[in-house]
Write a protein that binds this ligand. Structure first.
Ligand code: ADP
Ligand code: MG
Length: 757
């Protein structure tokens, strides 16, 4: 026999379990004993309480525990052969099983085993026959009347399985290898003290409890332990990163009196908001020291982050440094250049004729500069003449020398990878800004190495918006809504009426709709997706849409811009109703906006094409039809179009869905707060985890198997505190080699997902 060089964990499954089983397991990507024991069940089943058949879906591989109601064997009608049909039930719902065969015998075997009353686990792929879901030739395992009563109460782990490899085969394979392993095979990254404090089992015990739980509680504790482990390792990695960054010394840029910053503040046409003052103070004192600032500034679109950044940059320039402003797109780069130059006025005319002595230059670097322009810009940057450089990733190229760089501002960080951040911002003060309403827990997981500041209020004494839910089927409310629109127009206001689709023919795609909502949840200041992508899956019903005079949409129908425009034209005679949607030509859109802004057509029926940039200060009322059809943060962005002037806004979220449904909950959440961050957190709560992890930069499946960044905030916080303290005392983790190893493994994977940006 050949010598066995493998450790207990690295042993190939073929050696441990034989060729056939190994082959089947390989289909799940499991090759070694370690792979197998780290393949965990995703839920528990119980012999007493049967699993819900109601949750099975066509095309899915399922495992259900159910009881046989009846079995009948008969010859097939149209073809030769026999058919065994079995009805099973889980106490609430029934499901049919079918077995076909040329010969009667094998079917008789199943019939004998599957007598009425038999309880078994059935596993197979759900298919549909004549509109009914069923399982064809499922695998099944009958629970014999075990004399061992203790085992009856023991939960059954259910693994993600395939038709060829039902859950209980995996269970048995694991049972075969587990006894060959010892605690030494599972070094524990969690410090013993932390485990004791939170009553967490060791890694070894947890792995056993996950596969062979004596009872639910042990399984839950094991799950909790794994969550803590994932949170702890991730937070340790982030804490190390932060500590390393802080360990480097950088130049200090103390605030100076009588410099550009002071002149800038004096010429600002408005007062800073309290938030801008507070955050500005934090930043100012941080860049005044040699400890590199590592700060994330979150603030809704329009909260005034740019000014905070410009003020910090000017403090740096005043103290003899340079500052770079990295943005994700060319368009944004030019927009920022114009904004900054506009705010600075003559302070930005450094080196130009007639410029005040107290000035600097703002340079732009993007991919679209000609070679000549680029050369000149580079020279002015290299000489220090340009104090501020705005640019896209072109800023990061090697020939760009910013010799006195002291502050890097990175706008919309989520578009950049950690490496890009490092390449500009290592060894300098760093300010990262985002308008994405990232919930706190995700911020802690993704930007955990940064300190977080938040701008919560919007500037310029905006009167703000009140939001109200309006039930579509309450005629009085709807009448009142349209009356209100007329009143608003009469008093010189403008009214948006937003619809989820353009017209009945609008092509639709349910999947796309989901995708757009997912993107939307992490949306930034770009235009919301066009309504077409949010179209419902009920186009055919749209044809029955009632036309003018009556209800615009009865139950189950979705309002379209075209029909709503017709309806309102009849409903509000004397008021010109405009229309704006994604299928109009650019000049038609511009015309519609102009007529709306000028008051020629003071009511605008629009799809979500009402972009973020749209700024009509007189717009005071927004009626969103079928509000349940929009993503929460999209609703929030839409609402941001009104109440921009001195008059407060009213947003009516109209929905026909019944209260108590998830869709209704979302609309309720929307009207209950105007805080974009709170909304983002609610959005997460109301979404399924899969959506969130699939769409966000949180890395998701790549390394978080147990931890939910949505639901496990307390765990994440506890782990964050403890890991920071640990890194503070033991920065290189010399006293925690198991943790160090886990962090090293994680960092490799993490570098990967952060790059996707
Ligand atoms: P964002 O946070 O989305 O980057 P901006 O910095 O672009 O927001 O600011 C949005 C608008 O608000 C700009 O026109 C800016 O000049 C204006 N603004 C910023 N701060 C104030 C303030 N304190 N008072 C009035 N207007 C302000
Ligand atoms: Mg901005």
């Amino acid at each position: 026999m050949a010598s066995d060089d493998w450790t207990a964990l690295s042993r190939p499954l073929e050696r441990a379990l034989g060729k056939r089983t190994a082959k089947a397991l390989e289909r799940l990507g499991l090759k070694t004993v370690e792979d197998l024991v780290l393949h965990f069940p995703f839920r528990l089943a119980h012999r007493g309480e049967l699993m819900p058949i109601s949750q099975v879906r066509e095309g899915e591989s399922v495992t259900v525990v159910a009881q046989v109601l009846s079995a009948s064997l008969r010859p097939m009608n149209a073809r030769k052969g026999f058919l065994l049909t079995v009805r099973i039930a889980d106490g609430r719902n029934e499901l049919g099983l079918t077995f076909f065969g040329k010969a009667m015998r094998p079917l008789q075997y199943h019939e004998r085993r599957l007598q009425a009353g038999t309880i078994a686990t059935f596993s197979g792929t759900i298919s549909s026959y004549r509109g009914e879901l069923q399982l064809n030739h499922p695998e099944y395992e009958i629970y014999d009347d075990e004399p061992d009563l203790s085992k009856i109460s023991q939960p059954i782990p259910i693994y993600h399985a395939t038709e060829k490899l039902p859950s209980w085969h995996i269970e048995r394979a694991i049972a075969a290898v587990l006894p060959t392993l010892t605690a030494a095979d599972f070094p524990d990254p969690l410090p013993a003290g932390y485990r004791a404090l939170h009553h967490l089992p060791s890694r070894f015990d947890a792995i056993h409890a996950l596969h062979q739980p004596p009872e639910d509680k042990a399984w839950e504790q094991a799950n909790a332990r794994m969550k803590h482990e994932e949170a702890f390792v991730l937070q340790t990695s982030l804490a190390q990163r932060a500590a390393q960054a802080r360990g480097r010394k950088v130049s200090a840029f103390p605030a100076t009196a009588g410099g550009l910053l002071q002149a800038f503040d004096e010429r600002l046409p408005f007062a800073l908001t309290d938030g801008q003052v507070t955050v500005g103070g934090e930043i100012s004192s941080e860049i005044a020291t040699c400890v590199p600032m590592q700060r994330l500034l979150r603030g809704d679109v329009g909260s005034g982050k740019t000014i905070v950044a410009v003020r910090a940059m000017l403090q740096v320039v005043d103290a003899g440094g340079q500052a770079a402003f990295l943005v994700p797109t060319e368009v944004l780069a030019w927009q920022h250049l114009r904004t900054i130059e506009g705010l600075m006025g003559e302070l930005a005319m450094g080196g130009q004729l007639g410029s005040s002595t107290q000035s600097t230059r703002v340079e732009i670097l993007t991919g679209s500069l000609t070679a000549g322009q680029r050369r000149k810009a580079l020279a002015r940057i290299a000489s220090g003449e340009a104090g501020i450089v705005v640019g896209t990733h072109a800023l990061l190229s090697e020939d760009v020398q910013i010799p006195f760089l002291g502050l890097a501002v990175i706008d919309e960080q989520h578009r950049f990878g950690v490496d890009q951040r490092d390449s500009l911002a290592s060894g300098v003060h760093t300010l990262v800004m985002t308008a994405t309403p990232i919930p706190r827990t995700i911020a802690m997981s993704v930007f955990g190495d940064l300190d977080v500041s938040t701008l919560r209020e919007l500037p310029q004494g905006r009167a703000g918006v009140t939001s109200t839910l309006v039930p579509l089927h309450n005629e009085r409310w709807m009448d009142r809504a349209w009356e209100r629109a007329a009143e608003e127009v009469a008093s010189g206001g403008r009214v948006f009426v937003v619809c989820p689709r353009i017209d009945a023919d609008q092509p639709e795609d349910a999947e796309q709709s989901e995708e757009s909502e997912q993107l939307d949840a992490f949306g930034d200041d770009e235009a919301p997706t066009d309504a077409s992508r949010l179209a419902s899956s009920r186009a055919h019903e749209q044809e029955q849409l009632n036309v003018p005079g009556t209800d615009i949409a009865s139950k189950d129908e979705v309002h379209s811009a075209v029909a709503t425009h017709d309806f309102l034209t009849g409903r509000l005679p004397g008021i010109t109703i405009g229309m704006l949607h994604g299928r109009m030509k650019p000049d038609e859109k511009a015309m519609a906006m102009e007529r709306f802004a000028s008051g020629q057509a003071p009511i605008l029926v629009a799809t979500t094409v009402v972009e973020v940039g749209v700024d009509v200060p007189d717009a005071t009322l927004m009626i969103i039809l079928d509000a349940d059809r929009f993503g929460l943060s999209q609703l929030h962005q839409l609402r941001g179009r009104i109440g921009r002037g001195t008059k407060s806004g009213l947003c009516l979220a109209v929905t026909g869905v019944a209260s108590g449904t998830l869709a209704h909950d979302r609309v309720e959440a929307f009207v209950s707060t105007t805080d974009g961050f709170e909304l983002a957190e609610k959005d997460l709560e109301l979404r399924s985890e899969g959506d969130v992890l699939g769409a966000s930069q949180s890395g998701g499946q790549s390394h978080l198997r147990f931890l939910s960044v949505v639901r496990d905030a307390p765990t994440i916080e506890v782990a964050r505190e403890a890991s920071r303290a640990l890194v503070h005392d033991d920065p290189d983790l010399t006293l925690h080699p198991e943790l160090a190893a886990a962090v090293a493994t994680l960092d490799t994977g993490r570098a990967h997902y952060m790059e996707k940006g």
